[in-house]
Design a protein around this ligand. Structure first.
Ligand SMILES: Cc1cc2nc3c(=O)[nH]c(=O)nc-3n(C[C@H](O)[C@H](O)[C@H](O)COP(=O)(O)O)c2cc1C
Length: 264
């Protein structure tokens, strides 16, 4: 028995819609459990969030959420069912990922994107959402399945890697003496203008002209670099080369270079 109380029609209509959704949700879960018990327990025990929304009910409410979804978001089944899943966005509504979902749902196609969501305790997290529309044999849209994965740790690791890369690049930019950057094949990718100036070479587009750089070194120094680099790629140990620059100058300066292989 369900009693409905409300001050005005709007509230009553909302209450009716909610009861309708929850009835559908309970019925869907019971049908799933009765007709496909293995599938029901696979969905329930999956490590990632699994949600099902009904596109034929007003505002496309959730009619199924599994245990991983409730763990990830902090919202219980009772709190999540009957609501459009946008409640996870809180005030963060203006996101490219949300726009991508909106477009995909309008066109009735699959989509995968990352959105910033907010757990029940207020903590934001990065949620990789995958949506797939399900159609009946005659092509009518019947359900939308959502798969959610918390990728916060993955994202912050990528961000710190990106930060390191940018720091390293700005170090090359700002370094008063010089830093060379070479790839794993031993090809020079980047040489600072200050090194080129010391070598008596004009600044050049990157990656630089290798023949011009070799020309500024003695043959012995060029060979020492080549050999050292080949060994460093095998044993991943730094190496040093002492050489003169510019090689052709009457009064060259002595240099000590330390070359360190850096792993990604
Ligand atoms: C099954 C399903 C699961 C969804 N899961 C999420 C989710 O985990 N996080 C989220 O931000 N949006 C999720 N959405 C998207 C929102 O419910 C909503 O469609 C989106 O915010 C765009 O619509 P709107 O502009 O009406 O908000 C899901 C949608 C469906 C159909």
């Amino acid at each position: 028995m369900i009693a409905l109380a409300g001050k005005d029609w709007y509230e009553r209509e909302r209450a009716v819609a909610l009861v309708q959704t929850l009835t559908t949700a309970t019925a869907s879960e019971l049908t799933l459990r009765n007709q496909a018990p293995f599938l029901a327990s696979a969905l329930a025990e999956a490590e990632c969030g699994i949600t099902i929304a009904d596109p034929n009910l007003p505002d496309m409410p959730l009619i199924y959420v599994n245990a991983a979804f409730t763990r990830m978001t902090g919202y219980s089944k009772a709190e999540a069912l009957g609501r459009n899943c946008r409640f996870l966005q809180g005030h963060l509504r203006d996101q490219p990922g949300v726009q991508k979902i909106r477009n995909a749902l309008e066109r009735g196609v699959d989509c995968t994107t990352v959105v910033t969501n907010i757990r029940r305790d207020g903590e934001p997290f990065e949620n990789r959402v995958k949506l797939r529309p399900i159609r009946t044999d005659d092509g009518t849209l019947s359900h939308i399945i959502g798969i959610q994965l918390d990728v916060t740790a993955e994202r912050s690791a990528l961000e710190s890697l990106d930060l390191q890369k940018r720091r390293y690049e700005s170090l090359i930019e700002a370094e008063k003496s010089y830093i060379w950057r070479m790839n794993a094949a031993g090809e020079v990718q980047n040489v600072s203008d200050s090194w080129l100036a010391l070598a008596g070479l004009p600044s050049m587009p990157q990656p630089p002209d290798l023949a011009a750089i070799r020309g500024a070194l003695t043959q012995k120094a060029a060979e020492a670099f080549r050999r050292g680099w080949a060994e460093a790629l095998t044993n991943l140990q730094p190496f040093e080369v002492i050489y003169q620059l510019p090689a052709q100058s009457e009064s060259p300066r002595w240099f000590l270079d330390r070359i360190t292989p850096v792993l990604d």
